[in-house]
Ligand binder design. Structure first.
Ligand SMILES: Cc1cc2nc3c(=O)[nH]c(=O)nc-3n(C[C@H](O)[C@H](O)[C@H](O)COP(=O)(O)OP(=O)(O)OC[C@H]3O[C@@H](n4cnc5c(N)ncnc54)[C@H](O)[C@@H]3O)c2cc1C
Length: 422
């Protein structure tokens, strides 16, 4: 069967590649692009659609506004089209609910029509050699039934997001009933909890706090332990001067720093995003625990300074060995939920087939990977340059502008390929 050749194939169709697809569309780009998405339809973190959870960035940091406030793909255009613009204004908040922002993203994806093929999990990216040069990439994708489709691309943009992190001692127990990652919370845990069951939530960041609060309020009257290694749940710093690190200009600032300074800068501002919780949610959780102490209940617990040293599945549920400054103890739970974050490592990118062509070093300022001579396809990455481009790289803040930068770089590579082919 002949394989279709695309100028560009995008791997993953979350907000990053969705913003790129819009940028190419609005630029009336000559680049013929197709995006491949593993999920059966558009969905943004579907396992964390916790009712009542709000966005952590302003709606003005949508897919387009920071580049072009007049775009028809803005959050405001979405509200207008949905007939909710005035009601949203009356809400007096910059922060839509996560459910509404997901609906906005899905609306924008649908407006683009068939630019994305869903139920296409990319499983391999291989080089295609012609006369000693790599001229194309072969992209293998599998659907849910295991049917494989291969396509050829002159360029790719990789934006697969992070992979759920399963640290020790949990990594060897993936698939064990009752054990799950926060990324599956709303579809794998919520429908399965039964009255009076016990749940351990592991982690000290935003996801752990959101899940703890949701389970605490669940009508099933669950016993919920929030187990964290640290001594306290800490607040996310979103104060105005600190928040400037997510401004567009900071990408250039970070990129211009020597590696050691970049690292120090990231560490200095880690409390904007890592192992921290929004202050209003912290107060809500504190209030829940306080109220419980007033009525003399012990259904909810914050187990601080506690590390999980072992896990044993058994007939009485999941036994966790907890290590505290006072010693070790075993506790049994019906459900254990890991809120241990995501990993963004080179392996997640699926580039093993072309690894030998990648030169040492980081993506350039335009997010393009450095490749050895003789490798013609351009490879851009989104969400994999936090080290060099700053903490906004894995978030939504710079999405609209980064998409334009990558679109321009893709078009420049495309022109170069056309010239080389003449
Ligand atoms: C619960 C939660 C809430 C968040 N809230 C905020 C927020 O309020 N503000 C903020 O700035 N950031 C937030 N973030 C950070 C988040 O990373 C970004 O919001 C955003 O999702 C990044 O977009 P992305 O497209 O790079 O990655 P993702 O959204 O992860 O999308 C990647 C897509 O690639 C697909 N994919 C992966 N592998 C393959 C493959 N092999 N083949 C085909 N498709 C593949 C996935 O199915 C997914 O659809 C949140 C993160 C989480 C987990």
């Amino acid at each position: 069967m002949t394989e279709t050749i695309h100028d560009l194939i995008g791997v993953g169709f979350g907000p990053s590649n969705l913003a790129l697809a819009i940028a190419l569309h609005e630029r009336q780009s000559p680049v013929d692009a197709l995006f491949l998405e593993a999920r059966p339809g558009f969905a943004w973190h579907p396992g964390m659609m916790i009712p009542g959870a709000d966005m952590q960035v302003s709606f003005l940091k949508d897919l387009v506004t920071l580049h072009n406030p007049a775009s028809g793909f803005s959050f405001l255009s979405y509200l207008h089209e949905r007939g909710r613009l005035e009601r949203f204004v009356n809400r007096k908040s910059f922060f839509p609910s996560r459910v509404e922002f997901n609906d906005y993203l899905g609306w924008a994806a649908a407006k683009l029509g068939t630019i994305c093929a869903y139920d296409q999990r990319v499983t391999a990216i291989e080089p295609v050699e012609r006369q000693g040069q790599i001229t194309l990439l072969r992209i293998r994708a599998e659907d849910e039934c295991g049917c494989v489709t291969t396509r050829l691309a002159r360029q790719i943009v990789l934006a697969p997001g992070g992979a759920p992190h399963w640290p020790a001692p949990f990594a060897d127990h993936q698939g064990v009933p009752g054990l799950s990652h926060s990324s599956d919370f709303t579809h794998a845990v919520l429908p399965r909890v039964r009255p009076g069951q016990s749940v351990a939530v592991i982690g000290g960041g935003q996801s752990a706090s959101e899940i703890f609060a949701a389970l605490a309020a669940h009508p099933a009257g669950l016993s919920v332990d929030l187990i964290l290694r640290g001594h306290a749940l800490k607040p996310a710093d979103d104060s105005p001067f600190v928040n400037e690190i997510f401004d567009i200009a900071h990408t250039d600032l970070l990129f211009g720093m020597p590696p050691r300074q970049q690292q120090a800068f990231r560490q200095d501002f880690a409390a904007t995003n890592y192992a921290v919780t929004d202050t209003d949610l912290l107060q809500q959780i504190h209030g829940l625990l306080y109220e419980q102490s007033v009525i003399g209940e012990e259904r909810l617990a914050l187990r601080r300074d506690t590390a999980v040293a072992g896990l044993r599945p058994g007939p009485a549920g999941l036994a966790l060995t907890l290590k505290t400054p006072q010693g070790r103890q075993d506790r049994h739970y019906d459900h254990v939920i890991l809120c241990t974050g995501y990993r963004r490592e080179a392996e997640t990118l699926g580039l093993t087939g072309i690894a030998s062509w990648i030169q040492c070093g980081q993506p350039d300022r335009q997010y393009r990977l450095p490749m050895r001579p003789g490798f013609l396809p351009a490879i851009h990455v989104q969400g994999y340059s936090e080290q060099t481009h700053g903490l906004s790289d894995t978030l939504l803040s710079v999405l609209a502008v980064r998409a334009q930068e990558i679109a321009a770089s893709v078009e420049a590579a495309h022109r170069g390929q056309l010239l080389a082919a003449e």
